[in-house]
Design a binder for this molecule. Structure first.
Ligand code: GDP
Length: 332
C-alpha cells in the first residue's frame, strides 16, 4: 500500500470512511507530524472528513498509574465490542517524556482488545507542549469518527494538567479510583473529582471488596456535597472488578443514561459547541507561541534581551513588549 501522503486527498477520504485501518493509522501519523506541509495536508483531509464526524461517544478515562485503567478499558472495550460497537482507544500520556512512558512503554497492555477486529488502540506520542498533544488528539478523534468508530476512549494518566485537557474534548469524563485505607478522599485533587461524570472504584474483588463498597458510599456522599455540574447531571459512583468483569455493563448503562439526559436537556450539543470554541482559542495560543519560538527575529535577539534582563538593565515586561513588537511589525 502506498503511503497515505502520496494518495490523492479524495482517495484518502474515501478509504478512511470505508474503515481502512492502514490508511487511518497513516492519517493519524500525518496529524502527529510537526512538518508544516503535513499539517496543511492533515487539516485539509480532516476538513473533507468533517461531514462524517461527530457521531461517536467520546469518553475520557483518567486515574493514577496502577489504578487499573488499562485492565478496565480492556474489559469495557471487550464488552462494547460484544454489543456490536466499534471502539477506539487513544492514550494521551503527557508524562511519558519523564517517566519513559507509563502508558506507551508497556506493550502488554490491552492485549485481547488489541487483537479484536472491532477495536483500535493508538497511543498519542507526547509533544513538547500539552497544547500540541491536545490539538493532535482532537484531530485523531475526528479521524476515528470518520472511520466509523462508535465509542472513542481517551485515556490519560491522572497526573497534573492532562485530565483538564482531556475533559475539554470528551462528552463523558470518568475517574477511576482505588479504595484507600480510610483516606479515600485524599488522593485526588478536589477539582478533578468535580469534573467527573462518574467515579469508578476499581479492583472491587477479593479482600478489597469491602473497602471498595465503603469507598463507594463515601464518594457518593462527597459528590452530593459538591455543587451541581454544568450539565445538571448527578455524577454516579460505581464499583468494578475488571478481573471478575463486574461493574462494566453498569458503567456503560450510566454513560447511556448520561447521553440520554444531556441530549434531552440540550447540554450535549452545547458542550460540543463550547469545546470547539475553546479548541479554536487554544489553537490561537499554541500557534502563536510556536510562531514566536520559530521566529528568526526572536532568536536573533533573545540572548541580548536575556542578558539585559539578568543584569537588571531591562524590565522583563518591557523586553517582552519590544520582542513582540519586533515579531509582528507590519504583520498585525
Ligand atoms: P493502570 O496503570 O492504571 O493502567 O493500571 P493497570 O490496568 O495496569 O493495573 C495495575 C495493576 O492492578 C495490575 O497488576 C493489574 O493486574 C491490577 N488490576 C487491574 N484491575 C484489577 C481488578 O479489577 N482487580 C484486581 N484485583 N487487580 C486488578
Amino acid at each position: 500500500m502506498r503511503n497515505t501522503v502520496e494518495l490523492p486527498p479524495a482517495e484518502i477520504t474515501r478509504q478512511i470512511v470505508a474503515g481502512n485501518r492502514v490508511v487511518l493509522a497513516q492519517a493519524i501519523t500525518l496529524v502527529e507530524s510537526q512538518r508544516q506541509q503535513d499539517i496543511t495536508l492533515a487539516h485539509s483531509l480532516i476538513t473533507r472528513l468533517l461531514p462524517h464526524t461527530g457521531k461517536a461517544v467520546r469518553i475520557g478515562i483518567t486515574g493514577v498509574p496502577g489504578v487499573g485503567k488499562s485492565t478496565f478499558i480492556e474489559a469495557f472495550g471487550m464488552y462494547l465490542t460484544q454489543q456490536q460497537k466499534k471502539i477506539a482507544v487513544l492514550a494521551v500520556d503527557p508524562s511519558s517524556s519523564k517517566t519513559k512512558g507509563s502508558i506507551l512503554g508497556d506493550k502488554t497492555r490491552m492485549e485481547n482488545l488489541a487483537r479484536n477486529p472491532n477495536a483500535f488502540i493508538r497511543p498519542t506520542p507526547t509533544g513538547n507542549t500539552l497544547g500540541g498533544v491536545a490539538d493532535r488528539t482532537r484531530e485523531t478523534i475526528l479521524l476515528c469518527e470518520a472511520a466509523g468508530f462508535d465509542v472513542i476512549i481517551i485515556e490519560t494518566v491522572g497526573v497534573g494538567q492532562s485530565e483538564i485537557t482531556v475533559r475539554s474534548m470528551v462528552d463523558f469524563f470518568m475517574l477511576l479510583m482505588l479504595a484507600g485505607a480510610g483516606d479515600e478522599l485524599q488522593g485526588i485533587k478536589k477539582g478533578i473529582m468535580e469534573m467527573a461524570d462518574a467515579i469508578v472504584i476499581t479492583k472491587c474483588d477479593g479482600e478489597n471488596k469491602k473497602a471498595a463498597n465503603l469507598a463507594q458510599a463515601n464518594y457518593r456522599h462527597a459528590l452530593h456535597l459538591v455543587s451541581a455540574t454544568d450539565s445538571g447531571w448527578q455524577p454516579q459512583v460505581l464499583t468494578s472488578s475488571a478481573l471478575e468483569n463486574t461493574g462494566v455493563k453498569e458503567t456503560w448503562k450510566v454513560i447511556t443514561d448520561y447521553l440520554e439526559f444531556t441530549q434531552a436537556n440540550g447540554y450535549f450539543n452545547r458542550n460540543r459547541q463550547w469545546q470547539n470554541r475553546s479548541w479554536f482559542y487554544e489553537s490561537i495560543q499554541s500557534q502563536l507561541l510556536q510562531k514566536i519560538a520559530l521566529s528568526e527575529k526572536v532568536n536573533a535577539n533573545l540572548a541580548r534581551f536575556e542578558s539585559e534582563i539578568m543584569n537588571n538593565t531591562l524590565l522583563p515586561s518591557e523586553a517582552a513588549r519590544q520582542l513582540l513588537t519586533e515579531v509582528f511589525r507590519g504583520s498585525i
